[in-house]
Design a protein around this ligand. Structure first.
Ligand code: F6R
Ligand code: ZN
Length: 195
């Protein structure tokens, strides 16, 4: 991999990087067990394996001094009354942070620590979110028609731990109830052990 400086463009309306090395696509079938309404999930998956979100990555060596970065795009939609969202994860190296800059759309970042603290921050075009070390994070698109598009950057050695979230989800769910976006307790959640 070259160690020369480089630049690329992020341009409206799509904000797909003009250069990228990796394109990840996650569909409904990659989210088994993540949505609260299992019946709605099964019905949707058997009908069509809808694309939920995409990530465009610029590859860099996975070293502490590097900064991994790219663009994530969460499409609009719901499973039952729960919005389309990313899987969410802790960083394997817990003491690593992340920055998100929202380029387009409306949403929430749901976050929590192994100690049981939680936070939900709004995401809208032009807002910058700092996710401190130790905070697991999941992005959620609450828009009815628009993509939620964000630029992200995090330390090269962070790594991803999906297993804890896959087991029990996040402490808080973001649902649409009577046409309103609500943050509610996740009944499946309990304090994680041994992260
Ligand atoms: C990297 C990061 C984002 C996410 C992306 C997809 O540390 O937080 O680039 O990877 O938003 O979400 P996940 O990885 O949870 O499927
Ligand atoms: Zn992350």
């Amino acid at each position: 991999m070259s160690n020369k400086p480089f630049s690329f463009d992020l341009e409206a309306p799509d904000f797909i990087p003009s250069h990228y090395d990796n394109h990840i696509q996650r569909n409904l079938s990659n989210m088994a067990g993540q949505y609260q309404d299992q019946e709605a999930y099964e019905a949707m998956v058997s009908d069509e394996d809808t694309l939920l979100y995409q990530v465009y990555e610029l590859k860099r060596p996975e070293l502490a001094g590097e900064i991994l970065h790219g663009v994530s795009i969460v499409h609009p939609g719901k499973v039952g009354n729960e919005y389309f969202m990313t899987k969410g994860h802790y960083h394997t190296v817990l003491e690593t942070a992340e920055i998100y800059y929202t380029l387009k759309g409306q949403g929430y970042m749901v976050m929590e620590t192994p100690e049981g603290d939680w936070a939900v921050e709004e995401l809208s075009a032009g807002s910058v979110l700092y996710v401190p070390p130790r905070w697991a994070h999941r992005s959620i698109n609450i828009g009815s028609e628009e993509d939620l598009v964000m630029f992200f950057a995090y330390p090269g050695d962070a790594g991803h731990n999906y297993a804890t979230i896959e087991t029990q989800g996040f402490r808080k769910l973001v649902l649409e109830i009577d046409g309103q976006t609500k943050i509610v307790d996740n009944p499946r959640w309990s304090q994680p052990e041994g992260i």
